[in-house]
Ligand binder design. Structure first.
Ligand code: HEC
Length: 310
């Protein structure tokens, strides 16, 4: 509400006075813009084609023909930097698949020692190999593709502003202006799905946050919407894939009415603790049961939720 009020006032006044960052009101509006833009970048990172006007349906990797829609060939593929289409091996051209949610490519959550997704690229923006890479480097890599890194050409399907928002999101995670994966979970070769949530989450605070920010749509016990063709409630999804829940709560669910769910004025550290609190809360199997979800519940002693598991 505050945001809407502030934006209307800014729209009203900005015709008369140029936006000055020294003025509190304009600062607040700029901050809101930044927040929304990063969240948009995060949703593009997750599933860009659910966020844009243009229709793109990735080629179905399980059928023999190339039968998607949209993109430079009109068949649901994207080109590589050499101008030849890159095959959809199951990544669906989503950056969260190519880089992994933690943007570390093969060394990360989707890499060979964790979920071993066959399509994950060697490296991503959070890999030590790219520690010093500039915004310009990543904008060029996404716009024109990058042959060495295996990145498709997104410049054919995304506008420069969209690619900019996407890159700014990734670099904000890398540089600690948004919650960093290392502060949310640790990678583990032993835990199912390759992760263990970080310590320090406060489940009581998380329950309050859930009730305030999520219950309206997902229901008091998080079973109102069942994901993935009826397989998992939100609680179950968090116990299985906590790392993804954190990123989706941070940026919103692409193409749905769910936007960024954290409040605007938090520092990255505060955002991280709010997300950890939420994840700790969702590890309560009684309070957030599987409902009509068909996937089995995580067993007692499952390491992912650590001592948060109830
Ligand atoms: C305004 C309504 C609304 C609010 C508020 C909301 N969600 Fe959602 N959420 C949705 C809808 C709609 C979807 C898409 C469901 C689908 O794809 O079937 C969704 C999807 C998700 C997904 C994606 C699951 C997947 O398919 O991978 C997660 C995770 C999620 N929500 C978590 C949360 C959390 C955590 C909160 C609170 C911090 C929250 N949501 C608040 C409506 C909402």
């Amino acid at each position: 509400m505050k945001y809407v009020w502030c934006m209307s006032l800014v729209l009203l006044i900005s015709g008369v006075i140029a936006c000055s960052p020294t003025h509190d009101l304009f600062c607040a509006a700029e901050q809101a813009d930044d927040f929304e833009r990063r969240a948009f970048g995060g949703r593009l990172f997750d599933m860009w084609y659910d966020e844009i006007e243009e229709s793109f349906i990735p080629d179905d990797p399980d059928t023999p023909g190339v039968d998607g829609q949209g993109g430079p060939h009109g068949n649901g593929t994207l080109n590589g930097a050499d101008g030849e289409p890159i095959e959809n091996t199951g990544h669906n051209y989503r950056l969260k698949n190519l880089f992994g949610w933690d943007m570390r490519g093969d060394a990360g959550i989707y890499g060979r020692e964790h979920q071993a997704k066959p399509w994950v690229l060697q490296t991503g923006p959070l890999s030590p190999q790219h520690a010093g890479a500039t915004r310009g480097f990543w904008v060029a890599a996404l716009t024109n593709g990058n042959r060495g890194l295996g990145i498709p050409v997104y410049g054919d399907v995304l506008l420069p502003d969209e690619i900019g928002a996407l890159v700014d999101f990734m670099l904000a995670v890398r540089d600690g202006q948004l919650p960093h994966p290392d502060d949310l979970y640790a990678l583990s070769g032993e835990a199912p799905k390759g992760f263990i949530l970080a310590p320090g989450g406060d489940a009581e605070r998380g329950h309050r946050f859930y009730a305030a920010q999520c219950a309206e749509c997902h229901g008091e016990d998080a079973t109102k919407i069942i994901f993935d063709n009826g397989e998992q409630s939100l609680g179950q999804h968090a116990r299985h894939y906590g790392y993804a829940i954190a990123m989706i709560a941070l940026s919103g669910e692409p193409g749905s009415e769910m936007g960024a769910e954290l409040s605007l004025n938090l520092t990255a550290t505060e955002q991280t603790s709010a997300l950890l609190d939420l994840l700790a809360a969702l590890c309560d199997r009684e309070r957030y049961p599987r409902g009509a979800g068909t996937d089995p519940e995580v067993p007692d002693g499952d390491p992912r939720c650590r001592e948060y598991l109830r």
